[in-house]
Design a protein around this ligand. Structure first.
Ligand code: SF4
Ligand code: F3S
Length: 104
């Protein structure tokens, strides 16, 4: 599976949802997640994210992110079309510690 990681928080560009062939993105207030059981591992979303927040679970230490994506994809609504990103998205791109301070 691919997962959305913390750099999505407050950037939320949503370019990713446009390309997913199985519509497996779910939307929280400040970020999106991928449902790990629905993702078919096609990889097309990874290069679409301007914040480089999407990673394959084959990268090291991704178990926590897989579980994070699973947990919230079961709680949040599905998102299948792009929306305007937050006006201050750029300010948050690359910021450290967003999970601790800006996730809600
Ligand atoms: Fe969707 Fe493919 Fe990205 Fe998985 S890897 S979330 S199936 S676009
Ligand atoms: Fe987030 Fe990147 Fe998608 S910032 S909403 S994972 S395009």
């Amino acid at each position: 599976t691919y997962v959305v990681t913390d750099n999505c928080i407050r950037c939320k560009y949503t370019d990713c949802v446009e390309v997913c062939p199985v519509d497996c993105f779910y939307e929280g207030e400040n970020m999106l997640v991928i449902h790990p059981d629905e993702c078919i591992d096609c990889g097309v979303c990874e290069p679409e994210c301007p914040a480089e927040a999407i990673k394959p679970d084959t990268e090291p230490d991704m178990e926590t992110w897989v579980e994070f994506n699973r947990k919230f994809s079961e709680a949040w609504p599905n998102l299948t079309t792009r929306r305007d990103h937050p006006e201050d998205a750029e300010k948050f791109d690359g910021m450290e510690g967003k999970l601790e301070t800006h996730f809600s």
